[in-house]
Design a binder for this molecule. Structure first.
Ligand code: FAD
Length: 307
């Protein structure tokens, strides 16, 4: 099923993002955590794509497993880093033959050893070019990335929004945001995107801060700012994982409530392949949001894949 069909039935969607495990031990942990999360019956699940090459094949294996063995609507992330048009065509046909109907299409980050995205004469240089190619040649529901605090390489928000509009015009059916920790960025971004004529759903991507030091480093690299109020709350406990977990969960609950109360079209959870925070968050949100409640009710009965 295409995610756009889910949008017709669900005013708000709740989705989980996974990344392919790298080795045997993390695969075992992945199975346990993903097993817990999929019991929540998310609207759809997504699997990231490793730009470096090592996890690309695993992405395809995992989307195959999620969709064809477990019966979930699944979206494969895909980047055009170092990829020729021929490779992209081959990969899209592979996904199509597998029955995958949803792809999150991204340019990807510059490969290791490059400060900037290298010119790719045999492939594509921007997300919008990849989206146009796939949209013109295949029949997928297409997702694309959006950046409430602008993409790190963009000179201005204005420039980034023009480029975002290009992705939508090229065929993106919906957008998922990069993580952010201050909802004011999201709402401001939604207004500006509307002014640019962007009318599709823009799903907020949320990550509960359960490891402050790691998230602070990662957020810095992708240009997501951590508000001072959050740093003040977390800094004193940065070496105390259980206290950070408690604070991070409370903040994420407040953040998601505010987003859902004010009309965000759902939440996309960056799970980092861990289940505890997302389950606790769901548990809390289910009290007030019927869409989450439905997931919880469904989670009490075993999931039966639709054939
Ligand atoms: P683009 O939309 O191409 O934008 C990149 C930069 O180029 C921006 O600064 C933009 O303003 C500028 N730009 C765009 N078009 C033009 C143009 N025509 N002319 C001039 N400038 C232009 N990475 C992975 O490796 N694997 C994943 O699975 C993955 N999943 C992600 C999921 C989400 C929801 C998000 C938000 C990001 C994800 N990323 C992933 C990260 C993503 O690959 C990086 O953020 C990458 O640097 C940008 O990809 P993009 O498709 O958004 O780029």
């Amino acid at each position: 099923m295409k995610i756009t069909e889910i949008f017709q039935k669900q005013e708000k969607t709740f989705s989980f993002e996974f990344f392919p495990p790298k080795d045997y031990l993390t695969a075992v942990k992945f199975g346990i955590n993903a097993g817990q999360l999929i019991k929540l019956d998310p609207s759809f699940v997504t699997v990231t794509y490793g730009a470096g090459g090592s996890t690309q094949e695993h992405t395809f294996n995992l989307v195959d497993l999620f969709q064809n063995d477990l019966g979930f609507v699944c979206m494969a992330h895909y980047t055009c880093v170092n990829a020729t048009r021929e490779k992209i065509a081959y990969d899209m046909r592979t996904l199509q033959d597998m029955g995958i109907e949803n792809v999150m299409l991204l340019r990807g980050d510059p490969p290791k050893g490059h400060d900037q995205f290298p010119e790719n004469p045999d492939g594509f240089n921007f997300g919008s070019d990849l989206i146009r190619f796939v949209n013109e040649n295949y029949d997928f529901c297409i997702g694309a990335g959006a950046y409430p605090e602008r993409h790190v390489e963009a000179q201005s928000m204005e420039e980034d929004l023009i480029n975002l509009r290009m992705k939508v015009d090229a065929g993106a059916d919906f957008l998922t945001t990069q993580m952010f920790f201050d909802n004011r960025y999201y709402w401001d971004f939604i207004n500006k995107a509307e002014q640019k004529g962007i009318r599709c759903r823009i799903i907020p991507g949320i990550i509960p801060i359960t490891n402050y030091k790691k998230i602070r480093k990662f957020a810095g690299a992708i240009g997501a700012s951590i508000p001072e109020e959050i740093s003040k709350k977390m800094e004193p406990y940065k070496d105390n994982p259980s206290e950070i977990y408690k604070i991070g969960l409370e903040l994420a609950i407040d953040q998601c409530r505010d987003l859902l109360d004010n009309g965000a079209p759902g939440i996309h959870f960056y799970t980092l392949n861990k289940s505890r925070a997302a389950i606790d968050l769901y548990d809390n949100l289910a009290k007030d949001f019927k869409e989450v409640q439905n997931c919880f009710e469904k989670s009490l009965t075993p999931h039966v894949p639709e054939k």
